[in-house]
Design a protein. Structure first.
Ligand code: ADP
Ligand code: ZN
Length: 807
């Protein structure tokens, strides 16, 4: 027997191996397999069982098959192969990346003796008897490696498999050294048989009082309230007053947190009903039905998703519901669990322990769990009879993974939907230009929820022109007078304020605070990055470079300066302005540990926070009714990043963050600070006018042939040595131009190479090059050709198909 194996190595090839007789019965597509590759042993994945080896070289034998059940099915392979081809990423690496724990997962087989083997009869060979005897000594099972060690032999699998096949031995797969061990906590409770009338000291009676009130509680919590010590508790245990015990802390996603509002008795309004009619039709058709649900913030999109899921569950279908960020799964989970109390819901994202993810993956694969909620990687969950994929906030760049396998989960949701003939709902208040383009063009079904629930108004948006703002020192302030006044009023009214700062403010651009002029690239129409140390402005697409000017070419003012501010500075400033306010900051620095953002959001929910300062994270999805003021500190920060989607991102961010306000019964208010109040991205978001924005933006895309009028493949280079790398990159660029001409007749344009905006990361110098063309196939062929034999030297090359991040 032969098998086809994909191995996670940087090679597009797959390999054929022979299977020794003893392992034949255990072979299945979708199982992992340990194989020799050169001098190494690597865990690969079985992707096929061909009739014959069909290759001239000598075929090696596999070493082991660690899985008792497959991690994927044959039908799933078409999807994985599509991903591998499209993202120019070897199949073995794709599998290593998207299967739970992937190649990092170490598992081992354990063996038990079955009852059947109680009497050792003659049929067993001496070797088999030795194995069975060893197993008899380990009633809890013995691992393959221990067995090998005690028996001093490594060639056990033949005997083990025949014993297993005959039912004398039971094999089970266990993950060894799980990255997360069962977590235990020490708890304390009063003895239920505590005799009445016992005499206590003051401290003891306080303790007994607390335990009587609260029942059993964690010792740590008790220490905090009463400053007890473990020794003192032990003494009391000895006296028969209380009992100490260990309790396992639940693993996995844990109980659903209760956050935000929950409402299960909703009657869909007219717009929701119309949209749902369409969606239910799509689901009933059993065909691939891509839909774009464009609904303003608070228009009841989530309710539509829930009803679509309910429909799928009525049959025997399954659904995947994606949200852009892990921080959002908590709030969604509490809503969805309360909505489908009978249904088990799986949560999959990278913040969940390896073991829990692996367990859930298998349960989903067996059809025991039919609804999966999670961030982008949840798209790969092996849901049985998948009938629906929801991609909420589909415009969000977090759906794009920017390392290893660089995929876009929204795009792949459509691919998976097509391959499995499924309804796919992309939902957003601010659809990606590309998605809207397809909806307008009829490729996606266009669904609309035009107004907020109960016709609650969208909050009025005031734009503060920062060019006219000066503080007492004559400088442009971080927070304008109008915003300070509004925060003061909000605090006085006991309401909450959200202050938003763009995370990507670290890109410093040069601008004129008097007229708002920004220095942009004459070739690419993106803003130039200010390199203060060199005194130059650079374009990070085409490598255009010019000296940083001291004088504004537009208004001839001489106060040109660079701009960029962080959340920490804002926090300091706000503390100085409002010393008694309760202030919290939520950004990637303050939310490094799982649960951090939950804690902050819960604090907001309970009214323990007056002012929340945050980055992108706070613009998404959260529904907090008592936020009545939203302030955007530097709307231009995202407008001036070197990216052709800068205007789109800015419009989306501003509209989403405005949508956070006024969700409750009280109207909200939004204040946007900007140096370019006339920019269409700012004006259109002020008017809550997506259609207008789309109409303004599209001509620019067409004119410069950016997506959706073309496709892009990015190549990123990095090298430890600057001069060497620069030379190699330049040669690569020249070769790319020559090949583009020869292979595509110039239909693919080569832009760059240019230094990356983040020119050095972890000691490596970075450059980038863009391939742009209308035809995806010729772009792919060219890229493949370029990558052949490339990256062998010290120059590392990464491919980024449909790049989102140009930093
Ligand atoms: P979106 O996802 O579009 O931002 P949500 O689905 O979160 O909006 O809905 C906003 C709020 O309106 C939620 O609190 C939700 O419970 C409520 N809601 C949704 N649909 C209705 C309806 N038909 N009638 C009353 N309330 C609704
Ligand atoms: Zn340029």
């Amino acid at each position: 027997m032969f098998i086809r194996v994909a191995v996670p190595i940087p090679s597009a090839q797959t390999f054929t191996y022979a299977v020794p007789a003893a392992l034949v019965s255990a072979v299945a597509v979708g199982k992992r397999v340990l194989v020799p590759v050169g001098k190494r042993r690597i865990t690969g994945f079985i992707i096929g069982i061909p009739d014959e080896a069909n290759c001239s070289q000598e075929v090696k034998e596999i070493i082991d098959l660690p899985d008792t059940e497959p991690l994927f099915r044959k039908e799933d392979l078409a999807f994985y192969e599509w991903i591998s081809r499209y993202y120019l990423h070897p199949l073995g690496k794709v599998l290593g990346e998207i299967l739970p724990g992937g190649i990092a997962l170490r598992s081992e087989r354990w063996f038990f003796r079955s009852d059947k083997a109680a009497t050792l009869d003659q049929r067993f060979s001496e070797r088999q008897k030795a194995i069975l005897e060893q197993m008899a000594r380990s009633p809890k099972g013995i691992s393959l490696s221990s067995l090998r060690r005690v028996l001093g032999r490594s060639d056990l699998y033949g005997d083990l498999h025949s014993l297993e096949a005959a039912g004398f031995v039971i094999a089970e797969e266990r993950l060894n050294r799980p990255s997360v061990r069962p977590k235990k906590e020490r708890w304390v409770e009063l003895r239920p048989d505590l005799p009445a009338g016992m005499k206590f000291t003051a401290k003891q009676s306080a303790l007994v009082g607390i335990l009587r009130d609260r029942g059993a509680m964690p010792v740590i919590a008790l220490h905090k309230t009463l400053s007890t010590t473990l020794a003192s508790l032990r003494t009391l245990e000895g006296k028969g007053i209380l009992r100490l015990f260990e309790k396992e802390v639940a693993r996995g996603p844990g109980p659903a947190p209760s956050l935000g509002r929950i409402d299960n008795n909703i009657t869909p309004n007219e717009a929701q009903t119309m949209v749902l009619d369409d969606i239910l039709q799509c689901i009933a058709s059993g065909r691939f039905s891509p839909c774009l649900l464009h609904g303003v913030t608070g228009s009841g999109k989530t309710e539509v998703y829930f009803r679509a899921i309910a429909e799928v569950l009525k049959g025997d279908g399954g659904a995947i519901y994606l949200v852009p960020e892990i921080a959002l799964t908590g709030q969604l989970l509490s809503r969805i669990v309360s909505r489908f109390p009978q249904q088990e819901i799986a949560v999959l994202h990278s913040g969940i322990s390896l073991r829990a993810r692996y367990d859930q993956w298998k349960r989903i694969g067996r059809g025991e769990v039919r609804v999966v909620v999670g961030a982008r990687s949840a798209l790969f969950a092996p849901v049985r009879n998948l009938r629906l994929i929801v991609v909420d906030e589909e415009h969000d760049p977090s759906y794009k993974q920017d390392d290893r396998l660089r995929y876009h989960a929204r795009d792949l949701a459509l691919v998976r939907g097509r391959l499995s003939e499924t309804t796919v709902i992309l939902g957003s208040a601010t659809p990606a230009i590309q998605s809207y383009f397809h909806a307008v063009g009829g490729r996606y079904r266009a669904l609309t929820l035009p107004t907020r629930i109960d016709d609650r108004p969208l909050p009025p948006v005031e734009v503060v022109d920062m060019r006219t703002q000066r503080d007492e020192r004559g400088l442009t302030p971080l927070i304008s007078g109008a915003l300070i006044e509004a925060i003061r009023e909000t605090l006085a009214g006991g309401r909450q304020t959200l202050l938003f700062l763009n995370r990507r403010g670290f890109h410093t651009h040069l601008f004129c605070p008097d007229c708002g002029h920004v220095f942009t690239c004459p070739n690419c129409d993106i803003s130039l990055t200010h390199h203060a140390s060199e005194g130059v402005l650079k374009c990070h697409h085409c490598d255009f470079s010019t000296r940083a000017a001291a004088r504004c070419p537009s208004c001839k003012g001489n106060r040109v300066r660079s701009y960029g501010a962080g959340t920490e500075r804002v926090e300091e400033e706000v503390k100085t302005l409002f010393p008694t306010a309760r202030i919290a900051r939520m950004d990637s620095d303050t939310t490094t540990r799982g649960g951090d953002s939950q804690r902050i959001l819960r604090g907001l929910d309970r009214g323990e926070i007056d002012i929340l300062i945050g980055t992108q994270m706070i613009t998404k999805g959260h529904d907090f009714p008592s936020i009545t003021l939203v302030g955007v500190l530097a709307a231009d920060a995202s407008l001036n990043i070197p990216d052709f989607r800068a205007a789109e991102r800015t419009f989306q961010i501003l509209t989403q963050v405005s949508g956070r306000g006024g969700r409750g019964d009280r109207p909200g208010r939004v204040i946007i600070q900007t140096f370019t109040p006339g920019h269409y991205a700012i004006r259109r978001s002020q008017e809550h006018d997506y259609g207008g924005f789309y109409a303004d933006e599209l001509p620019f895309r067409r004119q410069l042939a950016y997506p959706p009028f073309s496709r892009l493949i990015g190549l990123q280079f990095s090298c430890l040595k600057k001069a060497e790398g620069k030379k190699a990159v330049a040669e690569f660029g020249a070769r790319a131009r020559a090949l583009a001409l020869a292979m595509t007749g110039g239909k693919v344009e080569v832009i760059g190479p240019a230094e990356s905006p983040l020119a050095r990361i972890r000691g490596r110098y970075r450059w980038q090059l863009l391939l742009k063309g209308k035809d995806s196939r010729s772009l792919h062929l060219l890229s493949e050709k370029l990558l052949e034999g490339a990256g062998r030297d010290s120059l590392e090359i990464q491919v980024d198909v449909d790049p989102v991040n140009f930093m």
